[in-house]
Write a protein that binds this ligand. Structure first.
Ligand SMILES: Nc1ncnc2c1ncn2[C@@H]1O[C@H](COP(=O)(O)OP(=O)(O)O)[C@@H](O)[C@H]1O
Ligand SMILES: [Mg+2]
Length: 169
């Protein structure tokens, strides 16, 4: 929790580098989803490499996965996909995390990305704010769809030259 507060409002540190998104998604999903929850990984083979910050992107995905785990309960199913996409005429990677958990009421959906918005006892409300900040730092977009009682899908779309705007050389 202390780490969340320290991270929020900061841009990713260090120089960007080539990130293998398939690898990042596979590793982060396997390490964030506990064994009791069924994990379905669907990773396209020819994903473009993203130029960006590995740690910030893995952290963003991990925050989304932890929410999916929280929402899922014991016999949940989580599907994580990484696919080829386009954003603003550029090659991109789309990452999707779908759960069959409790879902989010329509009136709450718009505010889940805001800092300090939480519906959990002891929650910080910073997980998605940090995730969106990381995706935005890569010139990407976030999206959420949900049906109460059915489940939630969170998507990130990140252009291949993600952190290119920050590049100084
Ligand atoms: N997959 C999900 N299913 C149901 N609710 C979710 C999901 N992801 C996010 N939420 C809602 O969004 C809120 C904000 O999430 P987050 O920013 O990670 O903060 P926290 O997890 O600390 O509450 C959560 O409290 C929860 O109500
Ligand atoms: Mg969270």
């Amino acid at each position: 929790m202390a780490r969340s507060f320290a991270e929020f409002g900061r841009l990713p540190e260090g120089p960007p580098s080539e990130v293998d998104m398939g690898e990042l998604v596979r590793y982060t999903a396997r390490s964030s989803v506990p064994p009791g929850i069924a994990l379905d990984l669907q990773i396209d083979e020819n994903l473009p490499r993203v130029y960006g910050h590995n740690g910030a992107l893995a952290g963003a995905l991990s925050n989304v996965l932890l929410n999916a785990v929280d929402a899922s309960g014991q016999n949940g199913h989580i599907t994580v996909k990484a696919s080829v996409a386009r954003i603003g005429g550029r090659d991109a990677v789309r990452i999707s995390v779908a759960d069959d958990g409790k879902g989010i009421a329509a009136e709450n959906l718009a505010t889940i990305w805001e800092p300090y918005v939480t519906n959990k006892p002891g929650g910080t409300g910073l997980g998605l704010a940090i995730a969106r900040q990381a995706v935005w730092a890569h010139d990407g977009t976030v999206n959420a769809t949900s049906t109460l009682g059915k489940g939630t899908e969170i998507q990130f779309t990140i252009p291949a030259n993600g952190a290119g705007a920050e590049r100084i050389d």
